[in-house]
Ligand binder design. Structure first.
Ligand code: SF4
Length: 329
């Protein structure tokens, strides 16, 4: 209705309508659940992103959004943290066919996920490198409506990836996976066919299927929370299930899974003109579903999902990399 009022009824944006446009998590639930989606429907996430670009062009972006943009431009993260706080600050780049890309959330906050991935790579004797001072990918800037700034940052990361000479990019964070796969080519940053982009779960699932990775067995009931940017927008649903099912016969899907998943808040940055802090509200809904199936563990696919679900219920919540690192033989 807001978009209609602006773009059809030609009303001007105001503080309240701009806040509402930025309250959207760009999660895509409305599109997945829309009864009219199959005959066209509305692609709300795309409409929201386009509206944000207009708001930014008019110079009407909220101060809280501008602050996130400035932090991304200056610090390569949304939290105003210095480069020295990042995981990639102290690493040394190597020549290797495999590049492991962290993404900001893991680089600056959930470094335990990076450590789990690296432990697995070392265990299977994989030769890999990380990027020293990994820059932001431009994805969050794009989601917030900053077209030119997202291109600047994307170009920087793209050039670093090309210079690394890697043949495979393994990505942990769904936002970075999505931007590399779907947006870089549109923005002119094309990866030739000899560079493969895999989500971490796809890489591990391939290695499980080829017998290179084996996991010890558990009787626990384990469930998975799908990721908006990995699953809904990129159809990566099966790889994490292959991994979990390699370790337990008691894998159970949540009542709402695959495209009907509940939002984990991967692109929830602000709400009502403030930094978004209500992630646990999203997590509680997922815990209710996990309790319904008596799950003892919830496996997550993004740092945001892990943080939002938290360990608030007695159910163990862990990233897919931590799960593999714990059980790898
Ligand atoms: S928050 Fe998610 S479900 Fe709600 S409008 Fe935005 S994309 Fe649609």
């Amino acid at each position: 209705m807001i978009l209609q009022s602006v773009y059809i009824a030609e009303k001007e944006y105001n503080q309240s309508t701009i806040e509402a446009i930025y309250n959207c998590f760009v999660c895509g639930s409305c599109t997945s659940w829309c009864a009219g989606a199959e005959i066209g429907g509305y692609d709300i996430p795309e409409l929201i992103k386009s509206a944000r670009k207009d708001i930014v062009k008019k110079g009407m972006a909220l101060e809280v959004v501008e602050n996130i943009k400035n932090s991304l431009l200056e610090n390569n993260n949304a939290y105003n943290l210095p480069a020295s706080a990042s995981f990639s600050y102290s690493i040394e780049e190597k020549n290797a066919d495999v590049l492991y890309l962290l993404g900001e959330e893991i680089n600056y906050k959930n470094q335990e996920i990076a450590k789990a991935v690296i432990a697995i790579f070392n265990k299977i004797k994989l030769s890999f490198t990380l990027l020293k001072d990994e820059p932001t990918s431009g994805k969050i800037l794009d989601l917030l409506g900053y077209e030119n700034e997202s291109l600047l940052k994307a170009e920087l990361l793209y050039k670093k990836i090309i210079v690394s000479g890697c043949k495979t990019i393994i990505v942990s964070n769904p936002l970075e996976f999505d931007v590399l796969k779907n947006y870089y080519p549109k923005w002119g940053f094309v990866f030739t066919d000899d560079i493969k982009i895999l989500h971490f779960s796809e890489f591990i699932a391939e290695n499980i299927q080829s017998g290179k990775i084996r996991l010890s067995q558990t009787d626990e009931i384990i469930t998975l929370t799908d990721s908006e940017f990995l699953g809904r927008f990129n159809n990566v649903f099966e790889a994490p299930r292959i991994i979990i099912q390699a370790a337990t016969k008691n894998f159970k899907d949540l009542r709402w899974s695959h495209k009907k998943m509940l939002s984990t808040g991967e692109a929830a940055f602000t709400f009502n003109d403030k930094i978004f802090t209500q992630g646990s509200n999203l997590g509680e809904k997922i815990i209710v579903l996990a309790n319904d199936i008596h799950a003892k563990r919830i496996i997550t696919l993004s740092a945001t999902a892990k943080n939002n679900i938290g360990n608030q219920s007695g159910i163990k919540v862990m990233d897919i990399a931590e799960f593999v690192a714990e059980l790898i033989l």
